[in-house]
Design a protein around this ligand. Structure first.
Ligand SMILES: *[C@@H]1O[C@H](CO)[C@@H](O)[C@H](O)[C@H]1NC(C)=O
Ligand SMILES: *[C@@H]1O[C@H](CO)[C@@H](O)[C@H](O)[C@H]1NC(C)=O
Length: 335
Protein backbone atom coordinates (compact mmCIF):
# COMPACT_ATOMS: atom_id res chain seq x y z
CA UNK A 1 0.00 0.00 0.00
CA UNK A 2 2.85 2.40 0.75
CA UNK A 3 3.59 2.46 -2.97
CA UNK A 4 0.61 4.71 -3.61
CA UNK A 5 1.42 7.15 -0.80
CA UNK A 6 2.83 9.82 -3.12
CA UNK A 7 -0.63 10.07 -4.72
CA UNK A 8 -2.66 10.32 -1.52
CA UNK A 9 -2.31 14.06 -1.15
CA UNK A 10 -3.72 14.75 -4.58
CA UNK A 11 -6.87 12.71 -4.12
CA UNK A 12 -7.62 13.58 -0.51
CA UNK A 13 -8.42 17.16 -1.46
CA UNK A 14 -11.26 16.13 -3.75
CA UNK A 15 -13.00 14.19 -0.99
CA UNK A 16 -14.92 11.85 -3.30
CA UNK A 17 -12.32 9.15 -3.72
CA UNK A 18 -12.99 5.55 -2.90
CA UNK A 19 -10.39 3.49 -1.11
CA UNK A 20 -8.00 2.53 -3.89
CA UNK A 21 -7.35 -1.14 -4.49
CA UNK A 22 -3.76 -2.29 -3.94
CA UNK A 23 -1.69 -3.16 -7.02
CA UNK A 24 -2.40 -6.82 -7.69
CA UNK A 25 1.23 -7.71 -8.45
CA UNK A 26 2.95 -5.16 -6.24
CA UNK A 27 5.27 -2.67 -7.90
CA UNK A 28 5.47 -4.43 -11.27
CA UNK A 29 5.10 -2.82 -14.72
CA UNK A 30 2.12 -4.73 -16.23
CA UNK A 31 0.38 -2.35 -18.69
CA UNK A 32 -2.84 -2.80 -20.67
CA UNK A 33 -3.93 -5.85 -18.66
CA UNK A 34 -6.66 -8.28 -19.66
CA UNK A 35 -8.22 -11.06 -17.60
CA UNK A 36 -9.37 -14.54 -18.65
CA UNK A 37 -10.91 -17.59 -16.98
CA UNK A 38 -9.22 -20.87 -17.89
CA UNK A 39 -11.81 -23.67 -17.76
CA UNK A 40 -9.09 -26.30 -18.38
CA UNK A 41 -7.29 -25.61 -15.08
CA UNK A 42 -10.06 -23.71 -13.25
CA UNK A 43 -7.88 -20.66 -12.68
CA UNK A 44 -7.67 -17.02 -13.70
CA UNK A 45 -4.97 -15.50 -15.87
CA UNK A 46 -4.03 -11.92 -16.62
CA UNK A 47 -1.91 -10.83 -19.57
CA UNK A 48 -0.11 -7.59 -20.33
CA UNK A 49 1.97 -5.66 -22.84
CA UNK A 50 5.59 -6.70 -23.55
CA UNK A 51 8.08 -6.54 -20.71
CA UNK A 52 10.52 -8.59 -18.66
CA UNK A 53 12.21 -9.66 -21.91
CA UNK A 54 9.02 -11.23 -23.30
CA UNK A 55 6.54 -10.21 -26.01
CA UNK A 56 3.69 -10.67 -23.53
CA UNK A 57 3.53 -10.84 -19.73
CA UNK A 58 1.38 -13.21 -17.69
CA UNK A 59 0.04 -13.63 -14.17
CA UNK A 60 -2.02 -16.35 -12.49
CA UNK A 61 -4.62 -16.44 -9.74
CA UNK A 62 -6.47 -19.39 -8.19
CA UNK A 63 -9.58 -17.22 -7.74
CA UNK A 64 -11.11 -14.14 -9.28
CA UNK A 65 -9.90 -11.87 -6.50
CA UNK A 66 -6.36 -13.15 -6.24
CA UNK A 67 -3.82 -13.60 -4.92
CA UNK A 68 -2.17 -12.85 -8.27
CA UNK A 69 1.27 -14.28 -9.04
CA UNK A 70 3.53 -13.05 -11.83
CA UNK A 71 4.69 -15.80 -14.22
CA UNK A 72 8.13 -14.58 -15.31
CA UNK A 73 8.80 -17.51 -17.66
CA UNK A 74 5.55 -17.43 -19.65
CA UNK A 75 5.46 -15.71 -23.05
CA UNK A 76 2.26 -16.41 -24.99
CA UNK A 77 3.78 -15.25 -28.26
CA UNK A 78 7.53 -15.88 -28.62
CA UNK A 79 7.01 -15.96 -32.41
CA UNK A 80 4.57 -13.28 -33.66
CA UNK A 81 3.05 -13.35 -37.15
CA UNK A 82 5.47 -12.95 -40.10
CA UNK A 83 3.99 -9.50 -40.82
CA UNK A 84 5.38 -8.24 -37.48
CA UNK A 85 8.76 -6.44 -37.35
CA UNK A 86 11.26 -9.14 -36.36
CA UNK A 87 13.68 -6.80 -34.56
CA UNK A 88 11.10 -4.69 -32.71
CA UNK A 89 7.86 -6.71 -32.53
CA UNK A 90 6.47 -4.21 -30.00
CA UNK A 91 3.62 -6.46 -28.83
CA UNK A 92 0.89 -4.58 -26.95
CA UNK A 93 -2.39 -5.31 -25.18
CA UNK A 94 -2.76 -9.11 -25.45
CA UNK A 95 -6.33 -10.38 -24.98
CA UNK A 96 -7.15 -14.10 -24.68
CA UNK A 97 -10.56 -15.75 -25.16
CA UNK A 98 -11.64 -19.35 -24.72
CA UNK A 99 -13.13 -21.17 -27.72
CA UNK A 100 -15.50 -23.86 -26.38
CA UNK A 101 -16.07 -25.44 -29.80
CA UNK A 102 -12.45 -26.60 -29.99
CA UNK A 103 -11.50 -26.44 -26.29
CA UNK A 104 -8.72 -24.02 -27.23
CA UNK A 105 -7.80 -20.33 -26.99
CA UNK A 106 -7.44 -17.35 -29.28
CA UNK A 107 -5.03 -14.49 -28.60
CA UNK A 108 -5.59 -11.01 -30.06
CA UNK A 109 -2.48 -8.83 -30.01
CA UNK A 110 -1.07 -5.59 -31.47
CA UNK A 111 2.33 -5.71 -33.18
CA UNK A 112 4.53 -3.34 -35.15
CA UNK A 113 3.95 -3.85 -38.86
CA UNK A 114 7.26 -4.73 -40.53
CA UNK A 115 6.71 -2.58 -43.61
CA UNK A 116 5.31 0.55 -41.96
CA UNK A 117 5.66 2.69 -38.82
CA UNK A 118 2.21 1.52 -37.62
CA UNK A 119 0.81 -1.29 -35.50
CA UNK A 120 -1.73 -3.84 -36.66
CA UNK A 121 -3.79 -6.52 -34.93
CA UNK A 122 -2.90 -10.17 -35.19
CA UNK A 123 -4.43 -13.42 -33.96
CA UNK A 124 -2.84 -16.60 -32.67
CA UNK A 125 -4.22 -19.86 -31.29
CA UNK A 126 -3.17 -22.51 -28.77
CA UNK A 127 -4.68 -25.64 -27.20
CA UNK A 128 -3.98 -24.31 -23.69
CA UNK A 129 -4.08 -20.84 -22.19
CA UNK A 130 -0.35 -20.31 -21.68
CA UNK A 131 0.56 -21.53 -25.17
CA UNK A 132 2.93 -20.81 -26.84
CA UNK A 133 0.42 -19.59 -29.41
CA UNK A 134 0.74 -20.19 -33.13
CA UNK A 135 0.34 -16.89 -34.96
CA UNK A 136 -1.80 -16.48 -38.07
CA UNK A 137 0.21 -15.55 -41.17
CA UNK A 138 -1.87 -12.47 -41.99
CA UNK A 139 -2.97 -9.65 -39.66
CA UNK A 140 -6.60 -9.62 -38.49
CA UNK A 141 -7.03 -5.86 -38.95
CA UNK A 142 -4.44 -3.65 -40.60
CA UNK A 143 -5.81 -0.33 -41.92
CA UNK A 144 -2.37 1.18 -42.62
CA UNK A 145 -3.79 4.15 -44.54
CA UNK A 146 -5.64 5.15 -41.34
CA UNK A 147 -2.65 4.61 -38.98
CA UNK A 148 -3.05 0.88 -38.34
CA UNK A 149 -5.03 -0.71 -35.49
CA UNK A 150 -4.36 -1.65 -31.84
CA UNK A 151 -6.01 -2.77 -28.61
CA UNK A 152 -8.19 -5.68 -29.76
CA UNK A 153 -10.52 -7.24 -27.21
CA UNK A 154 -12.88 -10.19 -27.63
CA UNK A 155 -16.53 -10.37 -26.60
CA UNK A 156 -19.21 -13.06 -26.66
CA UNK A 157 -22.87 -12.10 -26.71
CA UNK A 158 -24.15 -15.23 -24.96
CA UNK A 159 -27.84 -14.67 -25.66
CA UNK A 160 -27.22 -14.19 -29.38
CA UNK A 161 -24.48 -16.84 -29.52
CA UNK A 162 -22.40 -14.28 -31.41
CA UNK A 163 -18.71 -13.42 -31.05
CA UNK A 164 -17.07 -10.03 -31.67
CA UNK A 165 -13.77 -8.18 -31.54
CA UNK A 166 -13.53 -4.47 -30.69
CA UNK A 167 -10.40 -2.50 -31.52
CA UNK A 168 -9.02 1.02 -32.10
CA UNK A 169 -8.09 2.38 -35.49
CA UNK A 170 -4.77 3.99 -34.51
CA UNK A 171 -5.21 7.33 -36.28
CA UNK A 172 -3.25 9.10 -33.54
CA UNK A 173 -0.08 7.31 -34.74
CA UNK A 174 -0.06 9.43 -37.90
CA UNK A 175 -1.22 12.74 -36.43
CA UNK A 176 0.52 16.10 -36.82
CA UNK A 177 2.26 16.05 -33.41
CA UNK A 178 1.57 17.13 -29.83
CA UNK A 179 0.40 14.75 -27.06
CA UNK A 180 0.55 11.16 -28.33
CA UNK A 181 1.31 12.58 -31.78
CA UNK A 182 -2.26 13.72 -32.37
CA UNK A 183 -2.84 16.75 -30.14
CA UNK A 184 -1.92 19.30 -32.80
CA UNK A 185 -4.47 20.31 -35.46
CA UNK A 186 -6.11 18.97 -37.45
CA UNK A 187 -6.16 15.76 -35.33
CA UNK A 188 -7.10 12.46 -36.92
CA UNK A 189 -10.01 10.21 -35.93
CA UNK A 190 -9.36 7.20 -33.66
CA UNK A 191 -12.58 5.21 -34.17
CA UNK A 192 -13.46 2.13 -32.11
CA UNK A 193 -14.56 -0.61 -34.47
CA UNK A 194 -16.80 -3.61 -33.79
CA UNK A 195 -16.11 -6.68 -35.95
CA UNK A 196 -18.23 -9.80 -35.69
CA UNK A 197 -16.20 -13.00 -36.00
CA UNK A 198 -17.04 -16.66 -36.41
CA UNK A 199 -18.49 -17.98 -33.14
CA UNK A 200 -16.38 -21.15 -33.28
CA UNK A 201 -12.94 -19.90 -34.35
CA UNK A 202 -12.91 -16.28 -33.10
CA UNK A 203 -10.89 -15.06 -36.07
CA UNK A 204 -12.88 -15.35 -39.33
CA UNK A 205 -14.67 -12.01 -39.94
CA UNK A 206 -18.45 -12.09 -40.34
CA UNK A 207 -19.55 -9.07 -42.37
CA UNK A 208 -17.92 -5.65 -42.23
CA UNK A 209 -16.61 -3.82 -39.17
CA UNK A 210 -18.72 -0.91 -37.93
CA UNK A 211 -17.65 2.19 -35.98
CA UNK A 212 -19.33 2.34 -32.55
CA UNK A 213 -17.53 5.37 -31.05
CA UNK A 214 -14.95 7.99 -32.07
CA UNK A 215 -12.97 10.61 -30.22
CA UNK A 216 -14.50 13.96 -29.30
CA UNK A 217 -11.43 16.24 -29.19
CA UNK A 218 -13.08 18.56 -26.65
CA UNK A 219 -13.38 15.86 -23.98
CA UNK A 220 -11.02 13.09 -25.14
CA UNK A 221 -7.91 15.00 -26.21
CA UNK A 222 -5.85 13.28 -28.90
CA UNK A 223 -7.49 9.85 -28.84
CA UNK A 224 -9.75 7.16 -27.49
CA UNK A 225 -8.41 3.60 -27.23
CA UNK A 226 -8.34 0.38 -25.20
CA UNK A 227 -11.96 -0.70 -25.86
CA UNK A 228 -13.42 -3.55 -23.81
CA UNK A 229 -17.03 -4.67 -24.18
CA UNK A 230 -19.25 -6.44 -21.66
CA UNK A 231 -22.99 -7.04 -21.33
CA UNK A 232 -24.49 -6.95 -17.86
CA UNK A 233 -28.10 -6.63 -16.74
CA UNK A 234 -29.21 -6.09 -20.33
CA UNK A 235 -26.83 -3.20 -21.04
CA UNK A 236 -23.84 -3.29 -23.40
CA UNK A 237 -20.98 -1.43 -21.70
CA UNK A 238 -18.04 -0.24 -23.79
CA UNK A 239 -15.09 0.72 -21.59
CA UNK A 240 -12.40 2.86 -23.20
CA UNK A 241 -9.57 5.25 -22.32
CA UNK A 242 -9.05 8.82 -23.51
CA UNK A 243 -6.12 11.26 -23.54
CA UNK A 244 -2.50 10.17 -23.89
CA UNK A 245 -1.42 7.21 -21.73
CA UNK A 246 1.60 9.13 -20.39
CA UNK A 247 -0.29 12.08 -18.91
CA UNK A 248 -2.28 12.18 -15.62
CA UNK A 249 -5.52 12.71 -17.59
CA UNK A 250 -5.46 9.16 -19.01
CA UNK A 251 -8.69 7.60 -17.76
CA UNK A 252 -11.35 4.92 -17.88
CA UNK A 253 -14.55 6.05 -19.54
CA UNK A 254 -17.54 4.07 -20.72
CA UNK A 255 -20.50 4.29 -23.05
CA UNK A 256 -23.67 2.23 -22.97
CA UNK A 257 -26.06 0.81 -25.56
CA UNK A 258 -29.16 -1.36 -25.77
CA UNK A 259 -28.02 -2.96 -29.04
CA UNK A 260 -24.49 -4.20 -29.61
CA UNK A 261 -24.13 -2.06 -32.72
CA UNK A 262 -25.17 1.04 -30.80
CA UNK A 263 -25.84 3.88 -30.65
CA UNK A 264 -23.43 4.11 -27.68
CA UNK A 265 -24.22 6.87 -25.18
CA UNK A 266 -21.23 8.39 -23.39
CA UNK A 267 -21.49 8.31 -19.59
CA UNK A 268 -19.56 10.37 -17.00
CA UNK A 269 -15.87 9.49 -16.60
CA UNK A 270 -15.55 6.35 -14.47
CA UNK A 271 -11.96 6.62 -13.22
CA UNK A 272 -9.46 9.38 -13.78
CA UNK A 273 -8.32 12.82 -12.85
CA UNK A 274 -11.70 14.51 -13.37
CA UNK A 275 -13.80 11.95 -11.48
CA UNK A 276 -11.02 11.17 -8.98
CA UNK A 277 -12.61 7.81 -8.20
CA UNK A 278 -9.46 6.28 -6.76
CA UNK A 279 -6.22 7.70 -5.39
CA UNK A 280 -4.50 6.63 -8.58
CA UNK A 281 -2.84 8.50 -11.46
CA UNK A 282 -3.31 7.88 -15.19
CA UNK A 283 -5.77 5.01 -14.74
CA UNK A 284 -6.55 3.29 -18.04
CA UNK A 285 -6.58 0.20 -20.19
CA UNK A 286 -9.50 -1.35 -18.32
CA UNK A 287 -10.55 -4.83 -19.37
CA UNK A 288 -13.39 -6.88 -17.95
CA UNK A 289 -14.63 -10.44 -18.03
CA UNK A 290 -17.68 -11.81 -19.79
CA UNK A 291 -20.80 -10.74 -17.92
CA UNK A 292 -18.97 -8.01 -16.01
CA UNK A 293 -18.42 -8.06 -12.27
CA UNK A 294 -14.72 -7.27 -12.10
CA UNK A 295 -12.15 -5.43 -14.18
CA UNK A 296 -8.40 -5.04 -14.31
CA UNK A 297 -6.75 -1.77 -15.30
CA UNK A 298 -3.40 -0.06 -14.98
CA UNK A 299 -2.30 3.13 -13.21
CA UNK A 300 1.01 4.83 -12.64
CA UNK A 301 3.35 3.31 -10.05
CA UNK A 302 7.11 3.58 -9.44
CA UNK A 303 7.82 0.65 -11.80
CA UNK A 304 5.69 2.12 -14.62
CA UNK A 305 2.07 1.03 -14.97
CA UNK A 306 0.88 -1.49 -12.37
CA UNK A 307 -2.20 -3.72 -12.60
CA UNK A 308 -5.13 -2.94 -10.32
CA UNK A 309 -8.45 -4.73 -10.00
CA UNK A 310 -11.85 -3.49 -8.94
CA UNK A 311 -15.33 -4.97 -8.86
CA UNK A 312 -18.25 -3.21 -10.48
CA UNK A 313 -21.91 -3.71 -11.24
CA UNK A 314 -24.19 -2.38 -13.92
CA UNK A 315 -27.31 -1.01 -12.28
CA UNK A 316 -30.02 0.99 -14.02
CA UNK A 317 -27.79 1.13 -17.09
CA UNK A 318 -24.84 2.71 -15.24
CA UNK A 319 -21.55 1.31 -13.98
CA UNK A 320 -21.11 1.32 -10.21
CA UNK A 321 -17.59 0.81 -8.82
CA UNK A 322 -16.98 -1.12 -5.62
CA UNK A 323 -15.07 0.58 -2.83
CA UNK A 324 -11.97 -1.48 -2.08
CA UNK A 325 -13.80 -4.65 -3.18
CA UNK A 326 -15.71 -4.70 0.11
CA UNK A 327 -18.85 -2.59 -0.12
CA UNK A 328 -20.83 -1.19 -3.02
CA UNK A 329 -20.62 2.55 -3.28
CA UNK A 330 -22.46 4.74 -5.73
CA UNK A 331 -19.97 6.26 -8.12
CA UNK A 332 -19.89 10.04 -8.25
CA UNK A 333 -18.73 10.74 -11.79
CA UNK A 334 -17.63 14.07 -13.18
CA UNK A 335 -20.60 15.97 -14.56
C1 LIG B 1 0.29 -26.09 -24.23
O1 LIG B 1 0.27 -26.20 -25.63
C2 LIG B 1 1.55 -26.11 -26.22
C3 LIG B 1 1.37 -26.12 -27.72
O2 LIG B 1 0.88 -24.89 -28.14
C4 LIG B 1 2.48 -27.20 -25.74
O3 LIG B 1 3.77 -27.01 -26.28
C5 LIG B 1 2.54 -27.18 -24.23
O4 LIG B 1 3.28 -28.26 -23.76
C6 LIG B 1 1.16 -27.20 -23.61
N1 LIG B 1 1.25 -27.02 -22.19
C7 LIG B 1 0.51 -27.71 -21.34
C8 LIG B 1 0.71 -27.38 -19.89
O5 LIG B 1 -0.26 -28.58 -21.69
C1 LIG C 1 -27.37 -6.60 -11.92
O1 LIG C 1 -28.25 -5.81 -11.11
C2 LIG C 1 -28.39 -6.29 -9.78
C3 LIG C 1 -29.48 -5.47 -9.09
O2 LIG C 1 -29.29 -4.09 -9.27
C4 LIG C 1 -27.05 -6.19 -9.08
O3 LIG C 1 -27.15 -6.68 -7.76
C5 LIG C 1 -26.02 -7.01 -9.85
O4 LIG C 1 -24.74 -6.85 -9.26
C6 LIG C 1 -25.98 -6.60 -11.30
N1 LIG C 1 -25.11 -7.51 -12.06
C7 LIG C 1 -24.05 -7.10 -12.74
C8 LIG C 1 -23.23 -8.15 -13.38
O5 LIG C 1 -23.72 -5.93 -12.86
Amino acid sequence: MHLSLPLLGLAAQAGLSLAAPAPTLGNLDFPDPSITWDPQTSAWYAFATQGNGHNTQAAHSPSLHGPWTFLPHIDLLPVPGPWVDAVHPDIWAPDVRYLPATDSFVLYYSGLHAASPYHCIGTATAPNITGPYTAAAEPFACPLADGGAIDASGFVDEAARARYVVYKVDGSSKGAGGPCGNGDPPGLPTPIRLQQVDFRDGVTPVGEATVILDRDPAVDGPLIEAPSLVKANGTYVLFYSSHCYNVPEYDVKYATAKEITGPYKRQPELMGKASDTFELEATGGASSVAGGGTMVLHANCPAGRCMYQTDFAVEDGLVVIADGNTAWTVHHGAA
